[in-house]
Design a protein around this ligand. Structure first.
Ligand code: 13P
Ligand code: SF4
Length: 305
């Protein structure tokens, strides 16, 4: 079977089996083409409440599938490839955050959505990269502990000087691994290019950017811009996607190291196996975890809507 034939089978099977396929913008084009919806973490989270199919198949990483399950516990939620996790989501344990909360009892704990369902049970509000600044501004409390990404947290702190934001030492091993020297080298090589970066990058990288935003925000900015050249500071798939859409423009990845192995783990065959009932991992969460984790995801939707 060639790719087109596998895609046709997936499209037929997902309809027959009442499955909605959600795909994060980082997954391959072959998978995005068979998805019902594609987008950034925020869009995929909000959609979870709206889709009508009985089963949701997430093509992305574990925390995204968990978020769908938390918002739609009555649905069967599958992660296309059970080995796809976000390393940042595992960086802080529930016990550790509980001890931090004891030390700072009058702080609101804001968790990036890239966290486990279990960790969310002890946090107050979730945010995504596209909604973090708006949500933190809308939180009544001045005192905020932002976990786990200290780079996104630093970006939010800069945009919300009225808040007292404590950061902990976590972050994305892919984005945070790109040094400012790479920005200097790329800007020197492409002086006319606009620099668009994800806020998971180091503060010095974000400070040099023409635009800082979520994966969807970066795609949107590039699509609407009149510029002809762009340096893209997020997972390499976004530069590839834009290069395909705009063959007359130039999109340079900020670094060839911007590859997330977890986001690359899901293959079209994983999706095919999942829709025909032979693969994917069903997300099973304790009722108590769902109930408690939902509080901070509902807060995200309320304060970010
Ligand atoms: P977005 O919220 O921008 O989709 O980002 C998710 C992510 O994992 C970025 O590395
Ligand atoms: Fe997690 Fe970073 Fe991969 Fe995004 S790019 S899924 S934050 S490891």
């Amino acid at each position: 079977m060639n790719i087109r034939e596998i895609q046709d089978r997936i499209i037929k099977l997902k309809k027959e089996n009442d499955i909605c396929i959600l795909a994060h913008s980082y997954v391959g084009k072959d998978i995005r083409e068979v998805a019902d919806y594609t987008g950034d973490s925020y869009k995929l989270s909000v959609l979870a409440k709206e889709v009508t199919q009985k089963t949701v198949l997430m093509c992305g990483v574990r925390f995204m599938a968990e978020t769908v399950k938390i918002l739609s516990p009555e649905k069967r939620v599958l992660l296309s490839n059970g080995s796809a996790g976000c390393p940042m989501a595992e960086q802080m344990s529930k016990d550790f955050i509980e001890s931090v909360k004891k030390e700072y009892p009058d702080y609101t704990v804001v968790a990036y959505v890239n966290t486990t369902a279990l960790l969310k049970t002890v946090c107050d509000v979730c945010v995504t990269s596209s909604s973090a600044v708006k949500i933190v501004k809308n939180i009544e409390n001045k005192n905020i502990i932002f976990i786990p990404d200290c780079n996104l947290g630093a970006y939010v702190a800069e945009k919300c000087p009225e808040k007292n934001i404590k950061l902990l030492n976590g972050g994305c091993p892919i984005h945070a691994n790109i040094p400012y020297a790479d920005v200097q080298a790329m800007k020197k090589a492409h002086p006319e290019a606009k620099l668009l970066v994800h806020p998971e990058c180091l503060p010095a990288v974000s400070a040099a950017a023409d635009y800082v935003g979520s994966t969807a925000g970066i795609l949107d900015y590039a699509r609407k811009s009149d510029a002809k050249e762009f340096i893209i500071g997020t997972e390499i798939s976004i530069a590839e996607q834009l290069a395909y859409e705009f063959p007359d423009k130039h999109f340079y990845p900020l670094s060839s190291k911007l590859i997330c192995p977890d986001m690359k783990a899901t293959t079209l065959i994983d999706v095919y196996n999942a829709v025909r009932g032979l693969g994917g991992e069903e997300i099973i969460l304790d009722d108590e975890v769902i109930r408690k984790a939902r509080v901070c995801i509902d807060e995200m939707i309320r304060l970010g809507g």
